[in-house]
Design a protein around this ligand. Structure first.
Ligand code: GRF
Length: 191
């Protein structure tokens, strides 16, 4: 049974989908939900689900390495096998990423390699794309550029707004992430 630590910054809808999937014969269980934001809505959802939570507020540290040292210490205490970034909005240093390389997953709201970074839905609409979606990938030092473990596609409609497309993609994220994590926790690469 793989031990999963989930990192969040906000509402944690992907974290919620992951936690709700990890039961029965699912080969992984959440052992900690950790947020850099003390008031992240996802913390209450994790507590309601009985998952231990922790906060490491990045504003309380003089620099990124000091923040990540505390992050590391709190995470390692739970002996994770897999780390899932789920709406985690801090860019991690290459040193931190290297420590978890091959065991840290992220979900990104575009069909990578298209639209790494932010405002993916606005960019897809502005480009006149007729299709978009989401990607689960291994985290590497290059932002949103690690090996792709799974993708899900959605149509983009002419009258779509950033909000309507985000909502359509998010629904797919909540299906994709648990499915990829199940494969990854079973055979270690999810490829
Ligand atoms: C989602 O668009 C997700 O793809 C990205 O962060 C956004 C919020 O995710 N990683 P969540 O609702 O906090 O899980």
């Amino acid at each position: 049974m793989k031990r999963v630590v989930i990192l969040i910054s906000g509402g944690g809808s992907n974290m919620e989908a992951l936690i709700q999937s990890m039961n029965g014969d699912y080969p992984a269980r959440p052992v900690l939900v950790l947020s850099n934001e003390p008031h992240a809505g996802g913390l209450k959802k994790a507590e309601a689900a009985g998952v231990p939570t922790a906060v490491v507020n990045h504003r309380e540290y003089p620099d990124r390495p000091a923040f990540e040292a505390e992050l590391l210490s709190q995470m390692e205490a739970f002996r994770p096998d897999i780390i899932c970034l789920a709406g985690f909005m801090r860019v991690l240093t290459p040193d931190f990423v290297r420590r978890w390389e091959g065991r840290m997953l992220n979900i990104h709201p575009s069909l990578l390699p298209k639209y790494p970074g932010l405002r993916t839905h606005a960019r897809a609409i502005a480009a006149g794309d007729t299709m978009s979606g989401c990607t689960v990938h291994l985290v590497t030092a290059d932002l949103d550029a690690g090996p792709i473990l799974g993708q899900a596609k959605v149509p983009v409609f002419p009258n779509d707004t950033e909000a309507s497309l985000a909502q359509r993609v998010l629904a797919e994220e909540h299906r994709l992430y648990p499915s990829v994590l199940r494969r990854f926790a079973t055979d270690g690469n999810g490829l």
